[in-house]
Design a protein around this ligand. Sequence first.
Ligand code: OKV
Ligand code: MN
Length: 243
Amino acid sequence: PRPLLFISDLHLSAAIPHTVAAFERFITVTADSADSVFVLGDLFEYWIGDDMLAADPFAARIAALLHTLSERGIALYVMHGNRDFLLGKRFMKAAGAIWLPDPFVMTAFGTRIVLAHGDALCTADRKYQTFRRIARLRALQLLFLASPLKWRRALAERMRVSSEEGRTRPPSPLYDVTNDGVEALFRSSKTSTMIHGHTHRPAHHYETSGTRWVLPDWDFDHGTHRGGYLRVDAEGIRALPLD
Ligand code: OKV
Ligand code: MN
């Protein structure tokens, strides 16, 4: 049986062509022998509405690239991240994707696995959790989506700049998952295997209630070669670099 591949946190935009090229290679070459591809959030650097597909050639190009998966009989599942939680039905159709709620429990090769983006597990970051609760109100989303694309772009740009200003080196534990968040998800999902992204701290952890795999973020544009994916098959779960 063919493997399942998991990726997240590509943060794609036209400004990072080498990362886009690595993703193109992953979709056309690496994924060609897979059963399915799971994108666990933050495929895009930002997403301010599905009308981007008509207004932004880059967005349309990525959707068309993803659509080649379903054309080859490879299933594509897309979960929202903290940046692209406005990816909607029109995008899913253009990409040939099936939307997954966060969290989502699946069974792969006989093992129950809980999938999440990971931002909801960062419970120590109270400021972010407040933003998350507000920005996920459906009424507020509809109001935002009804405003001119130009305004939405301006707000996205301001938010991007201020979030980059707030970034710290070394990364603060405030922006990592908490033990409370992880244990609560193991308990509510009745699983002992978890896969998530978001924190940009790729690892395999043995927690109190199970095993936790953290996906890497991708960046081939800032003098770095970061990226990779998880492969799940009959042998188990394995972290792999890009070829
Ligand atoms: C998303 C983040 C930019 C982090 C706004 C309602 C409200 C949605 C929105 C606006 C911003 C998503 C949709 C974006 C996340 C950033 C920068 C940092 C840390 C509203 C619904 F409240 F304003 F009406 N947004 N965009 N960041 O540009 O994609 O998560 S975004
Ligand atoms: Mn994220």
